[in-house]
Design a protein around this ligand. Structure first.
Ligand code: ADP
Length: 303
């Protein structure tokens, strides 16, 4: 149903009393190693919900790459398009202090070696999918190639532009929807020189409408505990999130986007798909971690 094209990282997390400054060494907790990266997160979230999901990504021929392949496989993700080699597996080095503030260094590694040629070789997979879901933790050329391949084959494109960069017009034009959080929305509206980027004077509905005017077929702006706003040619609407006790919002946006992409592929309207996505996002914040926090469809239904 769904192909995710994106990143796969090993997240290496150490809890510290104080994050070190320049030239400083601090001792921390035992190392915790988690499967992460936005691409892998989305693929795991979708598969856990029951979506037939494949991940096109690149990892190193190393222990972190094997960890990722195992965790994807356990979640039920099709890893036949998980490529290996060329560089070490992408790693995020994360220190977290007792207030929950973190410092993160990302070594993109193999993610930066996922090429347009890799995408072209996977054309059959992209052509057979109903939806392809993309983020920006892989080269922009590769994203553009995946978008072009999807467009050529009638596969719907969902893009979360994270981390945000200026997007080529043809990439923007294919997004249906473009999925952004408030930070990404502001970044893209600033680029467009749009006064709607001024949060104090614009509502999220106005942000979504202003983003729609930059080219995508539809837009979804996620608003954390406040849910999400969607906009397409028929207008803008808000979908509230269920009220939950949030313990860890890491990876909530990835779970939201995965659920949205899957439901759109099943033929639901954007409104129907966002209604499920906010419930999946809300469920994901009630448990610690990213992939570890993702619910099954039964768990979402039981809430
Ligand atoms: P990101 O994680 O990309 O910054 P958001 O914070 O907007 O994105 O969260 C994505 C989705 O996750 C929201 O639309 C909502 O459905 C859910 N969510 C996030 N935080 C909360 C929260 N505190 N309570 C309920 N739902 C939440």
């Amino acid at each position: 149903d769904l192909v995710v094209v994106g990143s796969a990282n090993a997240d290496l997390v150490v809890r510290v009393e104080r994050r070190p400054g320049a030239g400083e060494t601090v001792l921390g907790s035992d190392l915790a190693t988690h499967a992460g990266g936005k691409g892998a997160n989305q693929a795991v979230a979708a598969a856990r919900l029951g979506a037939g999901t494949a991940l096109l990504a690149r990892v190193g021929r190393d222990a972190h790459g094997r960890l990722l392949a195992d965790s994807l496989g356990e979640a039920g993700v099709d890893t036949s398009a998980l490529l290996t080699g060329g560089a070490p597996t992408g790693v995020a080095l994360i220190t977290v202090d007792p207030d929950g503030n973190n410092s993160i260094v990302v070594a993109p590694g193999a993610n930066a070696r996922l090429t347009p040629e890799d995408v072209e070789r996977a054309e059959g997979l992209l052509a057979a999918a109903r939806v392809v879901s993309l983020q920006l933790e892989i080269p922009l050329d590769t994203v553009a190639a995946a978008v072009a391949t999807a467009a050529r084959n009638g596969t719907r494109v969902v893009l979360n532009p994270s981390p945000p960069v200026p997007l080529p017009a043809e990439v923007l034009a294919a997004c249906d929807p473009l999925v952004v959080n408030e930070h990404e929305a502001r970044f893209l509206l600033d680029l467009a020189g749009d006064p709607a980027a001024d949060a104090s004077s614009a509502s999220p509905e106005q942000w979504a409408e202003a983003l729609l005017a930059t080219g995508p077929r539809s837009v979804v702006v996620t608003l954390g505990a406040a849910g999400a706003v969607l906009a397409d040619a028929t207008g803008a609407a808000r979908v509230a999130s269920p009220r939950v006790e949030a313990v860890d919002t890491t990876g909530a946006g990835d779970a939201f986007t995965a659920a949205l992409a899957w439901r759109l592929g099943l033929g639901e309207s954007l409104t129907e798909a966002v209604r499920l996505a906010v419930r999946v996002g809300a469920a994901a914040v009630t448990r610690p971690g990213a992939q570890e926090s993702y619910p099954t469809l039964d768990e979402v239904a039981a809430r």
